[in-house]
Design a protein around this ligand. Structure first.
Ligand code: SAH
Ligand code: SF4
Length: 451
């Protein structure tokens, strides 16, 4: 998962009908949280609720939390704490807290946030009926609700996240995710294929298949089914134009998966493969179960097989005991591979994890220095890689409008903006890059790629 997106702003929300009950969603963290918030929103809409512009206009507020790092946890605590005032002013308002902060922590949280009406863990949607009797009244068949309805980021419904596997069977020594999301559970193959088919019929053009270790998909299912089989099946669904998947673990990035990516025309040429560190001793203490050599070999195989592929990764800086030399190993890896994007975070000890018991923490200012060093390198690399697109014509799927410009992504996952009259939402257009910036590209319409 891409770490820590900033909390989502409410999207373009239509004016609710007079008298309709309203909900407000506040979400932080990974794409899985976004997908689960969207599902909660869909359930509430089915029960007659409408989205609110602001939390003080809502009848029910759902806070979807993340605790992968202290910073995220602090933001959630701040948000939930601030809702106490609202609850005092309007005791009828219902507040629910969900996400990774909740798992096995309900008692402590009840004491800490007595103004919260309901705590429910990730995916425990049925508990929402305790707050919204309407869900029970209309006899919503919770099990049959599709897992994702629309893109929470822009509500345009062009691009959708589809959780395919929950939980994680790895035990990376720094990571709280397995403790809060449990062991891997893959969704049934046909259920996913049917859901994506249904999404396509409603106009969804791009799906991103989600899991903490998405390429462990199927390991717990009977038979030999794996992510490659799912990609092949989703590739055959009419109406779907693009397929992405997140987040992959280097251990399971098999030759078959790489060959399948290359063989499926709808699977985009982009791989997010978190390495976390560029030193074998650090990787061993992180319990990542692979070496730098294995990682480099996978990247080489990906690049040899998928022409024009773009790459992104996750890095943790300042892992306990990480020496300057070991950090240099990470820098060397980043300089060699030249990722389009690096999601980096300073190590944050998480209670209950193995590494939280280790004392040799890297001092905060040194962590910060390493963070800045990567940022400087990556700003240069990203700008240089984007520069290469100057004058190129890229296929862009338009998924929204931002500050008056049309916005979309290339197949390689680069953000592209262009100005043009007319309605391009949901269309795949050829855009000629006129001005490459560090983190995005500006361009002009070349011609519609498909009619
Ligand atoms: N399953 C994915 C990552 C899930 S957590 C993987 O294996 O890579 C998302 C990201 O948060 C991780 O890639 C890691 O870079 C970061 N992260 C997780 N725990 C962290 C911690 N304790 N401190 C700092 N960053 C952390
Ligand atoms: Fe956390 Fe490791 Fe699982 Fe990723 S693979 S979710 S980092 S335990």
């Amino acid at each position: 998962m891409i770490p820590l997106s900033p909390e989502r702003k409410p999207a373009l929300v239509p004016e609710p009908d007079i008298g309709a009950k309203r909900y407000f969603l506040w979400t932080i963290g990974c794409q899985m949280n976004e997908a689960e918030s969207a599902k909660a929103g869909a359930m509430l809409r089915q029960a007659g609720y409408q989205p609110a512009h602001r939390e003080d206009e809502a009848d029910i507020i759902i806070v979807n939390s993340c605790v992968v790092r202290q910073q995220a946890e602090d933001k959630v605590a701040g948000k939930v704490g601030s809702l106490a005032r609202l609850k005092r002013a309007n005791p009828d308002i219902k507040i629910a807290l969900t996400g990774c902060m909740v798992t096995k922590q309900e008692e402590a949280l009840q004491k800490r946030f007595p103004h919260v009406d309901l705590f429910y863990g990730p995916s425990e949607f049925e508990k929402l009926t305790q707050l919204t009797p309407e869900l029970g009244e209309i006899d919503v068949d919770l099990a049959e609700l599709p897992h994702y309805y629309e893109d929470t980021e822009n509500e345009t419904g062009i691009s959708a996240f589809v959780p395919i596997i929950y939980g994680c069977n790895f035990v990376c020594s720094y990571c709280i995710v397995p403790y809060r999301r449990g062991r891997e559970i893959s969704r049934p193959f046909n259920e996913i294929v049917n859901e994506v088919t249904e999404m396509a019929s409603r106009g969804v053009k791009e799906v991103t298949l989600l899991g903490q270790t998405v390429n462990a998909y199927g390991h717990d299912l009977p038979g030999d089914v794996e992510l490659s089989d799912l990609l092949l099946a989703v590739n055959d669904i009419d109406g779907i134009e693009r397929i992405r998947f997140l987040t992959s673990h280097p251990k399971y990035f098999t030759d078959r998966l790489i060959d399948t990516m290359a063989a499926c025309d709808k699977v985009c040429e982009h791989v997010n493969l978190p390495v976390q560190a560029g030193d074998n001793d650090v990787l061993r203490r992180m319990r990542r179960t692979y070496t730098v050599e294995h990682y480099r070999d996978r990247i080489q195989r990906i690049r040899d097989t998928i022409p024009g592929v773009t790459l992104s990764t996750d890095i943790i800086v300042g892992f306990p005991g990480e020496t300057a030399e070991q950090f240099e190993g990470t820098m060397e890896l980043l300089r060699d591979i030249r990722f389009e994007k690096v999601h980096q975070a300073m190590y944050s000890p998480r209670p209950g994890t193995l590494s939280a018991r280790w004392e040799d923490e890297v001092p905060a200012d040194e962590k910060k220095r390493r963070h800045q060093e990567i940022e400087k390198l990556q700003t240069e690399v990203s700008a240089e890689l984007n520069q290469r697109h100057d004058g190129e014509v890229l296929e862009v799927l338009v998924d929204g409008k931002q500050r008056g410009r049309w916005r979309g992504r290339s197949r390689g996952n680069t953000l592209v903006f262009f100005d043009a009259p007319g309605d391009w939402l949901g269309q795949t257009v050829n855009v000629r890059v006129t001005e490459p910036m560090t983190w995005y590209l500006l361009g002009e319409i070349h011609e519609p790629a498909r009619i």
